[in-house]
Design a protein. Structure first.
Length: 458
């Protein structure tokens, strides 16, 4: 037995001490001008055509468990996920069209007869909000699935890369969602009349398009009355805290348990939040001619959202990492996309309404939007993505001693750099429980420090 244990020990030691290659490496330069050049030119392209050089994320932004995956794996995985998500667009369109068609009380009453006996006021309230609630639930599942695919299948190597991936696909799904709802609410309901009288297609579509705006008005009102209050109330952590108190005994409810659960640092998932805001922006600009009231509701939504997140950022949210403002490029791109969709929709709507005088006057709008779009990108895109060489030279001249500020462990895995003096979190202080039985509150006065030093007494 001793010989077997020694062999296993030697084998394990060799495995630990042997160099293991990964698909990611960090390089630190002595000057900013060198770093600015390397990030914009092909590096070792002849020897390693697949090598990619990018600006390094901050250590807190890295997904350390994904760094070992090769570029070949991540490339093929990204292709597979892209095919899956594009296929999901078709599948998602079918789902939303089906939901829009069947999520009405008139259709549900066929399977649930008691619906016909409801109070007229309650019936009208449920009939107006049921499709909206179902649509919101389905939309909430999209970023979760996309984020899991980016993290665990594509093996993207930073949190910001995952969020940007979620941001792009989530907004695409939401834009498709708008047109699917419009088509399912206009073409499908008018198809019988169009077949009976093909010449009335233009008139029928022109009359049916505005009726879909009622759904989006209910959607935005629901976001105002439930989305923003739930953001301020933070019902999720509150419910989780109550569940923890029910499932864990007092002796097991330690500081580590709560800080890893309901009392964890609050952060913002921009990949989920920003597409939701852009969705409202797209609705308001697309329907600002067809249903101007949507613009007023959107204005109230943006003001309240600003105030809610301002309060959250001042008092609650702790940013765990920074991505250098990379999400702003997507914000600009998709905002301009929404504006382009708005102009095309407005031209089509005026044409359907037989606006012979108005339609030609609107034709220059798409050209103006494209010119403004190209001007802003040509003027600011590249200069903001990379540090200008002149700025890098000026910064090097101002501080030439970069070597003295170099921290060798900056890009090491955090578990390899933790101080050996750090011990586990405090369990009890002078016999005082972590959570007071009578009030249900955390005894912060006794548990202000999250880390103790070895040798300190509980």
């Amino acid at each position: 037995v001793e010989n077997v244990l020694n062999k296993l020990k030697d084998k394990f030691k060799k495995k630990i001490m042997s160099p293991v290659s990964t698909g990611t490496a960090f390089v630190t330069f002595r000057s900013r001008r060198t770093q600015a050049m390397i990030c914009q030119v092909p590096l070792l392209f002849e020897q390693y055509p697949a090598i990619t050089v990018t600006k390094s994320p901050t250590p807190s932004d890295l997904l350390w468990e994904n760094l070992s995956y090769s570029t070949t794996y991540t490339s093929y995985a990204s292709i597979g996920v892209m095919v899956l998500l594009y296929s999901g667009l078709l599948f998602w369109s079918t789902i939303i069209a089906f939901v829009a068609a069947v999520s009405t009380l008139a259709n549900l009453a066929t399977y649930l007869p008691f619906i016909n006996d409801l109070n007229p006021v309650l019936y009208a309230l449920i009939a107006g909000n049921l499709p909206v609630v179902v649509n919101i639930v389905f939309q909430a599942l999209i970023p979760i699935v996309i984020g899991m695919l980016a993290h665990y299948v594509e093996r993207r190597k930073s949190r910001s890369a995952v969020e940007i991936h979620v941001f792009r696909w989530y907004f695409l799904y939401q834009v498709i969602n708008i047109f699917v709802l419009v088509l399912s609410g206009s073409i499908f309901t008018s198809i019988a009349n169009i077949i009976a009288s093909p010449t009335s297609a233009v008139t029928l579509l022109g009359a049916a398009l505005p009726t879909v705006s009622v759904f989006f008005i209910n959607f935005m009102i629901t976001q105002l009355l439930s989305g923003i209050p739930s953001l301020l109330l933070r019902l999720g952590p509150l419910v989780i805290f109550k569940v923890y108190k029910m499932l864990f005994k007092e002796s097991q409810l330690t500081q580590r348990t709560l800080f890893a659960g309901p009392l964890a640092d609050a952060s913002v998932s921009y990949g989920t939040v920003l597409p939701a805001v852009l969705y409202v922006l797209t609705l308001s600009v697309v329907y600002w001619v067809i249903a101007p009231i949507l613009s007023a509701i959107a204005a109230v939504f943006f003001v309240l959202t600003y105030l809610a997140y301002k309060y959250q950022y001042v008092h609650l949210i702790i940013r765990t990492y920074e991505n250098g403002g990379e999400l702003w490029y997507g914000m600009h791109y998709y905002s301009m996309t929404a504006l382009m969709i708005s102009t095309l929709t407005m031209i089509g709507f005026m044409a359907l309404k037989l606006g012979a005088a108005e339609t030609p006057l609107l034709l220059p709008l798409p050209v103006i939007v494209i010119l403004a779009w190209r001007y802003t990108e040509n003027s600011f895109l590249r200069s903001s993505m990379y540090m200008p060489f002149s700025s890098a030279v000026d910064m090097d001249n101002d501080s030439s001693d970069h070597a003295s500020n170099f921290f060798p462990e900056y890009s090491k895995q955090p578990s390899m750099t933790t101080s050996v003096l750090e011990g586990p979190w405090i369990y009890r202080v002078n016999g005082t429980p972590l959570v007071d039985k009578k009030t249900g509150q955390v005894n912060d006065i006794y548990y202000s420090d999250s880390v103790r030093k070895v040798g300190d007494k509980d």
